[in-house]
Design a protein around this ligand. Structure first.
Ligand code: LLP
Length: 420
């Protein structure tokens, strides 16, 4: 099992590459990913039959290519994510399905792609069954079931229970089976994902709910998916969940089901955060330091347009300083903010927008501030708010470092706009 390494707020290098050199070469703000961390996290989960990467966490083509080479399959939640997977070398069909389309609706574009490519669908709403039958009769599907409970690191990432729009409500499974049978659709898989960034206790409650639903669906089921949701330790006080114990719970459920149904059951897991969060660093430059009343602010050139998790969820990310000057050891309480013209553009905030300070090394303008554990739901949630370009992305693989996305230019930002 992975162990937590105590993080410190002093950092001169990422995976052996100097932060200063990375900043000089690629500019700031830039996302930097360490390939070895992603490979390690994949290795942690090898006991599951299928690891399916929830690419919504970090969908750069180079990251998808990396996980594909490790034998990891992929989940796509939109036509765009399906196309990304294909560009990264996944084939649309195969057994087990290399790409699964998981959603609660088909927009017109995704339904057309599903039809053209013959993609496997993980259905989150009863209407999707009928819509799929019209374009792809005879398909096999997975049903994503909302077991009636859920949990996440924030209410916004809880995907179970009746406050969640996700999945087929557990009491409607029977109706869906009838609907599927009438439409000539075969339910070959059951999937549950109760939330993102939850804990062991909640995750393990899913096994019993899964067993109940699979027995209700019956012998057509050949695959079960535990969904994603594995947490990672953002704070030094947090730890990893026990992956082996988690696997053993699921393995036992799978074995009981195989026994009851009389055939083998494939066990999938579908993590996003767990595979990429810790690999990613957002490097920013401190551009101003100012005292405002009792608060000392470090203002950096990355904002919530680059990393939205703090303003959206009050999410905590570790931070460190790479100093251009000989680094002192002294810490001081600071508030870290970005460049955007909005008071909420603060990286040190708690849920509800409460501005907090935290101890960080004494720094000067021109030093670099690194926001850590930013590889999942970091770049992918960025925007062009305030007409700021999206950051560059860089992949470190051992000695090598590769630019895997250019920083946007002003022309990229206004691309497609027209003055009539
Ligand atoms: N599978 C399904 C069907 C999902 O809805 C999700 C996440 C995952 C897998 C992957 O969950 P993970 O293993 O990453 O926890 N933007 C939020 C997270 C939203 C997750 C939405 N669904 C954040 O920054 O925390």
């Amino acid at each position: 099992m992975a162990t937590v390494t105590e993080r410190t707020p002093f950092r001169q290098a990422i995976a052996g590459h100097s932060v200063m050199e990375l900043a000089r070469e690629f500019g700031t703000p830039s996302y930097v990913y360490d390939a070895s961390v992603i490979r390690q996290r994949i290795a942690d989960l090898r006991r599951f039959d299928v690891i399916r990467y929830a690419q919504k966490a970090c969908s750069n083509l180079a990251i998808l290519d990396l996980v594909r080479r490790e034998g990891v399959l992929v989940d796509a939640v939109s036509a765009g994510e399906v196309q990304r997977a294909i560009r990264a070398g996944y084939s649309p069909a195969g057994e087990p399905a290399p790409i699964v389309y998981t959603a609660d609706i088909f927009d017109r574009e995704s339904l057309q792609l599903v039809q053209e490519l013959g993609l496997h669908v993980n259905v989150g709403s009863p209407d999707m069954i009928t819509q799929l039958a019209e374009v792809a009769p005879g398909s096999h599907i997975t049903i994503r079931v909302n077991p009636g409970f859920g949990h996440g690191h924030s209410q916004k990432t809880n995907t179970g229970g009746e406050q969640s729009k996700h999945g087929i409500w557990h009491e409607q499974v029977e109706d869906c089976l009838i609907r599927a049978e009438r439409a000539g659709i075969m339910v070959s898989g059951v999937h549950m994902h109760i939330g993102s960034g939850t804990d062991f206790e909640h995750l393990s409650q899913v096994c019993a709910a899964m067993e109940r639903i699979v027995l209700q669906v019956g012998r057509s089921v050949t695959t079960i998916s535990a969904g994603g949701g594995l947490p990672i330790p953002y704070r030094n006080s947090e730890s990893y969940i026990d992956i082996d114990k988690y696997f053993e719970l699921w393995d036992a459920s799978r074995n009981r089901l195989a026994e009851s149904l009389g055939h083998a059951i494939t066990l999938e897991i579908e993590p996003g955060r767990y595979l990429t969060a810790e690999s990613g660093y957002l490097i920013s430059e401190i551009r101003a330091i100012k005292q405002t009343g009792k608060n000392l602010y470090y203002l950096v050139d990355a904002g919530f347009n680059n990393l939205a998790r703090p303003i959206l969820y009050g999410a905590y990310h570790p931070m460190s300083i790479a100093s251009a000057q000989p680094a002192g050891e002294r810490l001081q309480d600071v508030v870290v903010g970005g460049p955007l013209c909005e008071s909420g553009d603060i990286f040190t905030q708690e849920d509800g927008g409460v501005v907090c300070s935290r101890p960080l090394p004494v720094a000067q303008v021109g030093d670099y501030l690194v926001i850590e554990c930013a590889g999942s739901y970091g770049f992918v949630m960025s925007s062009n708010y305030n007409s700021k370009p999206m950051a560059a992305e860089v992949l470190i693989d051992g000695e090598q470092r590769h630019l895997i996305r250019k920083r946007q230019t002003f022309e990229d930002i206004i691309h497609g706009e027209m003055i009539p």
